[in-house]
Design a protein around this ligand. Structure first.
Ligand code: DAK
Length: 256
């Protein structure tokens, strides 16, 4: 597959999708959205792709939705076309996703990074929801996911001032899982993704669904979901293999 706004590769069961519009700070235009949707949909139905890394360049992950493309959009057009909604394919994808963020992740850029299962970032990363500065607001989860991930005080601070948050503050606040030297970001993100891809796919799936349930349910409901997911893995060949391998002091061979 060849694309105009992204590049892709699959290696060791890991798909890497790189946003690539260097002339526009990787602004998220509709062509990019269609290309990302096409790739994520294909990889999500390909059992050999067991983890996905979403990244940009070493200067910018994405500077938000394409402002020039939005200049002339009117209310009814946006409403009826479900404008920009296809970006949610990242959040809805069932394959584990790791965002590898270097440089700016602003507006929609920050929002698609937050749609991934977790974010690794480089020391030069800058996160922000600057939409208020151009008379608008986040529309792809910024007010919701950010508030759940870093709490109301910081979410309000970012959304109402439009300021940027650096890598260390993002890590302290719980927005990112790890901060890495710029030169190691992609190498490490792929290593992490390969590690996830090496584990039993059903176990990864249920771990993921259970953690996600914690974001959307009460504690009682979440604990019940976790308990049933845990029990269900007794029905998995890979669980037997994993536990046998531990007892036999050998590496497990998962069949997924
Ligand atoms: N859109 C279009 N072009 C952009 C852009 C953007 N978001 N960001 C940068 N560019 C373009 C610049 O216009 C410039 O193009 P030329 O003038 O060279 O043609 C080129 O990229 C280089 O940018 P700068 O010259 O500005 O570079 P600097 O290093 O000086 O500054 C910057 C980098 C990232 C700090 C700055 O470019 C910037 O502030 N960019 C805008 C950031 C921003 O406001 N982002 C939020 C956009 S609104 C929804 C889904 C999504 C959304 C909403 C709803 N639904 C599903 C309903 C999302 C909304 C947004 O993200």
């Amino acid at each position: 597959m060849t694309f105009n706004t992204i590049t892709t590769c699959i290696e060791d069961n890991v798909g890497t999708l790189t946003l690539h519009r260097p002339e526009a700070m990787n602004a998220l235009n509709q062509e990019m959205m269609r290309e990302v949707l096409q790739v994520i949909t294909a990889w999500d139905s390909d059992a050999t792709v067991r983890a996905i890394v979403l990244t940009g360049s070493d200067k910018v992950f994405a500077a938000g939705a394409d402002i020039k493309e939005m200049l002339n959009v009117e209310y009814l057009d946006a409403l009826q076309a479900n404008f920009l909604n296809d970006w949610t394919c990242i959040a809805n994808c069932r394959t584990p996703t790791v965002a590898a963020v270097a440089g700016y992740a602003l507006g929609g850029g920050c929002e698609i990074a937050m749609m991934c299962d977790f974010i690794l970032c480089a020391e030069n990363a800058q996160f922000g929801q600057p939409e208020v500065r151009i008379g608008t607001m986040p529309g792809l989860g910024g007010t919701q996911r950010l508030t759940r991930q870093i709490g109301k005080a910081k979410a309000m601070d970012l959304c109402l001032t439009g300021r940027m948050m650096g890598a260390l503050e993002a890590e302290r606040s719980g927005l990112v899982a790890r901060v890495l030297p710029c030169s190691e970001l992609l190498i490490e993100a792929r290593k992490v993704a390969r590690q996830i891809a090496s584990y039993s796919a059903p176990a990864v799936l249920l771990n993921r669904e259970s953690v996600n349930a914690a974001m959307n349910t009460t504690l009682t409901q979440g604990l019940a979901i976790e308990r049933h997911a845990f029990y269900s893995l007794f029905g998995s060949v890979d669980q037997q293999e994993g536990m046998s391998a531990f007892s036999d002091k050998r590496q497990p061979e998962f069949s997924h």
